[in-house]
Design a protein around this ligand. Sequence first.
Ligand SMILES: Cc1cc2nc3c(=O)[nH]c(=O)nc-3n(C[C@H](O)[C@H](O)[C@H](O)COP(=O)(O)OP(=O)(O)OC[C@H]3O[C@@H](n4cnc5c(N)ncnc54)[C@H](O)[C@@H]3O)c2cc1C
Length: 436
Amino acid sequence: MIRSGAAPEATPLWWQGQRAPVALPMLAEGEPLPARVDVLVVGGGYTGLAAAREVAAAGRATLVLDAGSVGGGCSSRNGGQVAHSIKPTYAALTRRHGADLARRIHAEARDAVAHLRRLATEELLDCDWQPRGCFHGAHTRRHFEAMVEHVRGGQPPGLEQRVTIVPRSEQRTEIDTDFYHGGCVYHDDAAIDPPRLLRALLARAVDRGARIVDHCAVTALRRTRAGFEAQTSRGRIAARRVLLATNGYTGALSAWHRRRVIPIGSYQIATERLGKERVRALIPHGRNISDSRRVVVYYRPSADGERLVFGGRASLDEQDPLVCVPKLRRMMCRILPQLRGASITHAWAGFVGYTFDTLPHLGQNDGLYYSMGYCGQGVPLAPYFGMRIGQQIVDLPEGRTALDGLAFPARPYYHGRPWFLAASVLTYQLLDSLGI
Ligand SMILES: Cc1cc2nc3c(=O)[nH]c(=O)nc-3n(C[C@H](O)[C@H](O)[C@H](O)COP(=O)(O)OP(=O)(O)OC[C@H]3O[C@@H](n4cnc5c(N)ncnc54)[C@H](O)[C@@H]3O)c2cc1C
């Protein structure tokens, strides 16, 4: 019998009871936005803030607008897991793009993690960096064998990660369950506190002179001879350059981007305080956990080590996170039946941005800059590619990346409403349940 307890709070655990992740000074009613800026950034998450810092540091008048609270999209709702984050394997990318580009794309993922690590440990960015690694569990015996093969021979040359293979017989040193068929520990993975990272990136952008305004949607963009004219909920702005940093929240503003980014819901729950000892008994080294299923789950102890925070694709587009609680609970208790009696105190969700080739994309289309499509891995990728696209906007050579110039694929009949997802996820769930 699974205990349901009182209704959970429908806000991220990390918001600590606040109604928004960041409280900015309110723009007074009637106070105008600047009539013109050099660079307008649409979207105030990790991508937009990291880009704004680079652009403002280069002396450009920079304005970031967010339709809601700054960071109120994914950038304060995520699980805080930092992993080597390019989805296609080196072998798959080699088949698509050749070995050299495949290796360079994987090097970007390594650089993204290294960038965040450097910000946290050298610039002392206040984001609660916890370098505890990740245990990646094998859903089947066959998945375990494939993992071992990948670790031993499938990594890009010179970019091998520090990995320990953990056979099923030793798995309880990592997680107190028999659910997995062994797994691997990725030692370079880490965890951060999502809103603290957001606030730190915000402070870095503001320090360099970027202006940030929340609750101000950009509703239309029009090309002009000098750049763009943006229609916003607070009036018009002329901007020489515009960056779209809207990821899974990309709406009707740019039909071209909307045809290329697939918004997919990601959902999380937090248990009641279980106590540090109980959490340590479940996950002795306090690592992040993920597994090899196609329909992903990810979880970890909360930063204070008192709770378990569990996430997954419990739905595709449900807006009310409370609806997904029973399903996520069942998913969690299948892996850790010890948690059957635990109450759920928080539930929340957000929309990640997927792409048809499961790669992130950045660059320029018809003069409009963009960086998006991190496929649920934006904690390291969004601050990094945000920085790179900011550097590209101000024409700095270090802004170049291995992803530049890569075609950003669309699909016929897709215009922003992912009608095909339900069928794809059902197929993936079937394959997962058959252990294929
Ligand atoms: C539940 C959940 C768990 C996750 N867990 C992880 C994890 O553990 N590890 C990991 O690497 N990644 C994770 N992610 C993904 C990660 O959080 C994102 O990839 C990353 O935050 C993307 O940052 P962003 O700045 O590009 O987009 P967002 O943070 O989503 O910001 C986009 C912003 O654009 C704004 N916007 C949209 N349209 C307009 C407009 N017209 N005008 C003005 N503003 C607009 C939105 O209001 C929004 O604030 C998770 C995501 C979710 C939802």
